[in-house]
Design a protein around this ligand. Structure first.
Ligand SMILES: Nc1ncnc2c1ncn2[C@@H]1O[C@H](COP(=O)(O)OS(=O)(=O)O)[C@@H](OP(=O)(O)O)[C@H]1O
Length: 371
């Protein structure tokens, strides 16, 4: 039966049918329906985008930053660990793959560049209650990445077991004006870790890396260090030179403190991390409320590298010995020999940073031995 027959035969539909036959009414009705349909589509799309960027569900335990529930939950739901005197078998026990999901990070190492951020995340990854993203993600500092939303970001996080704390490191966040607010918007309770090193050592390390990178890419060297860091005309420190700007820590830390409370930010001494990795790792472990797992056995000094390397602790099956060790040093790109710098230039740089260092120390209530 066609619509015209239905319209003619059923009395109650007669009036709407007569109206429908009038062409302008029909056009307007169809128009309204199309507009309503498009509006519904647009609303759906916006809601989807909103979910990505703002309302991602984060680990609810992280809402309680200061309280003990986070620590408690970690202890309760953390992975099984071997009891003393257990296990001794050559075969290494495989981690059970059940219940593993990617979570948003509860802690982010935001920088600073060349201050030991790689060492830090690799050290933390030794901890059984940490799931660390090994790649730098550049989510909060890069507009194109940020526009991809939190779902995209989370998909790049490692899969973790219940009770594990997810971490990532991107040193670029430290100097990114947008990063603090964006991270806060993701999770206002997230823990921020900032590694800092003597500002002049960091600057020279940065310059050394630029020299290596340019050679690797077949580019010309970045230029003479002295000419880059000092103004040719006045001889004063060139505060606009990016590596100088990165080492002007107070400017960047002020932006983080404007968004996050001081108690939520942990400062790592990047110079001490090189010579005393155990102490710095333990301080960070305590800040994160993780059960103490770092021991003298976690690190060993590798004389040929001139740096501490890690002993990865893995559980072994059976009884007897608790652990087996696998050893790992950072890549050759870390711990390069620095370019020699003239004493007079070093002095000028030290004098320049001293004022900024003092502002930083006051701001964070912590001093570093940067003479
Ligand atoms: N255990 C260990 N092994 C090797 N290197 C170590 C270690 N601990 C800290 N460091 C120092 O880390 C410096 C590199 O810092 P980052 O990892 O933050 O660099 S980067 O910004 O990610 O490129 C790197 O700086 P340079 O020495 O200037 O290369 C190292 O001194």
């Amino acid at each position: 039966m066609s619509w015209s027959v239905v319209g003619r035969k059923m009395r109650c539909l007669r009036l709407p049918y007569q109206l429908w036959r009038v062409t302008p009414v029909r056009s307007v009705s169809v128009g309204i329906m199309v507009v309503v349909f498009l509006l519904c589509l647009a609303t759906l799309a916006l809601r989807q985008k909103g979910t990505d960027v703002f309302s991602e569900v984060v680990d609810p335990r992280l809402a309680d930053f200061d309280g003990s529930s986070f620590r408690k939950a970690l202890l309760e739901t953390g992975p099984d660990r071997p009891k003393a005197g257990q296990a001794n078998d050559a075969s290494v026990k495989k981690e059970p793959s059940v219940n593993k999901t990617s979570k948003l990070p509860g802690c982010i190492i935001v920088g600073a560049r060349k201050c030991g951020t790689r060492a830090l995340i690799e050290f933390l990854a030794l901890h059984p209650d940490v799931a660390a993203a090994r790649k730098e993600i550049h989510f909060f500092s890069n507009d194109t990445n940020y526009a991809k939303g939190l779902k995209w970001y989370r998909s790049l996080m490692p899969r973790s077991k219940p009770g594990q704390l997810t971490m990532e490191k991107t040193p670029r966040y430290f100097v990114s004006p947008a990063a603090p607010t964006r991270i806060h918007r993701m999770n206002s309770s997230v823990r921020i870790v900032i590694a800092l090193r003597h500002p002049v050592t960091r600057l020279v390390s940065d310059y050394t890396q630029l020299c290596y990178n340019n050679v690797a890419r077949g580019l010309a060297p970045p230029g003479n260090f002295t000419q880059l860091v000092l103004d040719e005309r006045t001889g004063a420190v060139n505060s606009d030179y990016t590596p100088v700007l990165v080492s002007t820590y107070d400017l960047h830390v002020a932006r983080w403190l404007a968004v996050f409370p001081r108690r939520q930010i942990h400062f790592v001494d990047g110079d001490r991390l090189i010579t005393q990795p155990l102490q710095e790792s333990r301080r960070l472990e305590a800040f994160l409320g993780l059960p103490p797992r770092f021991t003298e056995d976690s690190f060993y000094f590798n004389a040929s590298r001139g740096f501490y390397c890690m002993k990865r602790i893995v559980t072994v099956k059976g009884s007897g010995e608790r652990f087996a060790h696998t050893e790992k040093c950072l890549g050759a790109g870390k711990g390069r020999k620095h370019q020699p710098i003239e004493q007079s230039v070093l002095k000028k740089l030290n004098d320049y940073f001293q004022h900024h260092n003092e502002i930083l120390f006051k701001m964070i209530g912590q001093r570093f031995d940067w003479r």
